[in-house]
Design a protein around this ligand. Structure first.
Ligand SMILES: NC(=O)c1ccc[n+]([C@@H]2O[C@H](COP(=O)([O-])OP(=O)(O)OC[C@H]3O[C@@H](n4cnc5c(N)ncnc54)[C@H](OP(=O)(O)O)[C@@H]3O)[C@@H](O)[C@H]2O)c1
Length: 257
């Protein structure tokens, strides 16, 4: 399936489960961003943003592109990906349901073929369901939150973990919530899903540490993201400016939250 109505110079890809065709126009190669010899900045690294089309995703994509990274932006909505390409013309976009492991496996194969292994995975797929006290914590809401917050993180980290391990400076980041520290009955589903995502991320980080310490996993924590998009974007680009061992498995509360 084609992503339609994109400028000819932009890249738009739809990636589904293995066996489905992958198509789209040729786009900017993130590897053209220029290599960074000492690895002390994000410049020249390829960074995949999983869930890239929110305000936070746009801020992160824009900051990474400005810093010289190759940006691979993934979302599930064609129109929002088109808008991202207009805002960040050097970004390459792929449409993929990140909750579908087969589709994510295919995405990884396509990204590897077109851009090589990635150096960064910034996971931003979120969502909120809640309210109504404990009685209001429905199975339907749990399923939605689990799928968007936990399943997409599990899928993307499993598909790209080897990339991050072999990179000279692999980085994984998620954005979690203060509600993990102080969960309320009306947000129990959400806080439990976020706690699971944090635990999964620390497990990935433990693997990074065991493998020799050039990769790092970081958990950013906010109360609400609105107004903090630039701070998050600065934090993400800054991940490459700090040694992996000093930031791996840290929980970073964004200052203004
Ligand atoms: N917003 C807040 O106040 C807040 C508070 C605490 C923590 N956080 C966390 O911060 C992170 C970013 O938050 P946000 O509000 O910017 O996130 P979001 O809008 O919930 O999601 C980010 C992106 O994920 C994409 N997405 C959703 N499902 C997808 C799927 N199955 N496959 C591929 N892409 C998918 C969405 O784009 P498409 O629909 O275009 O695919 C969206 O642009 C999340 O982890 C969130 O939980 C946010």
């Amino acid at each position: 399936m084609h992503d339609t109505e994109r400028p000819a110079s932009d890249a738009g890809r739809t990636v589904r489960a293995a066996g489905d065709p992958v198509d789209g126009a040729e786009g900017t190669d993130p590897n053209d961003a220029g290599a960074d010899a000492d690895g002390s900045t994000v410049a020249g690294h390829v960074v995949l943003i999983a869930g890239a089309t929110s305000a936070a995703g746009l801020a992160v994509a824009s900051a990474l592109a400005k810093a010289g990274a190759g940006v691979v932006a993934v979302g599930s909505n064609t129109e929002r990906l088109r808008e991202l390409r207009l805002a960040v013309p050097t970004a390459v976009t792929y449409r993929c349901d990140l909750a579908d492991f087969a589709a994510v496996t295919t995405l990884a194969a396509v990204v590897h073929a077109e851009h090589g292994p990635i150096d960064g995975l910034i996971h931003l797929v979120g969502g909120w369901r809640g309210g109504g006290g404990l009685a209001g914590q429905s199975d339907a809401d749990w399923d939605i939150l689990h799928r968007s917050i936990v399943t997409t993180l599990r899928n993307t980290t499993r598909a790209f973990n080897d990339d991050l391990l072999v990179s000279p400076a692999g980085r994984l980041a998620i954005v979690s919530s203060v509600s993990v520290d102080k969960p309320a009955p009306g947000g129990a589903n959400y806080a439990a899903a976020k706690a699971a995502a944090e635990t999964w991320t620390r497990a990935v980080g433990q693997g990074f540490a065991k493998a020799g310490g050039t990769a790092a996993a970081v958990i950013f924590v906010v109360r609400a993201l609105e107004g903090l998009e630039t701070e998050l974007a600065t934090g993400v680009t800054g991940l490459w400016e700090q040694p992996a061992a000093s930031i791996n498995n840290t929980r970073v509360r964004l200052a203004s939250s």
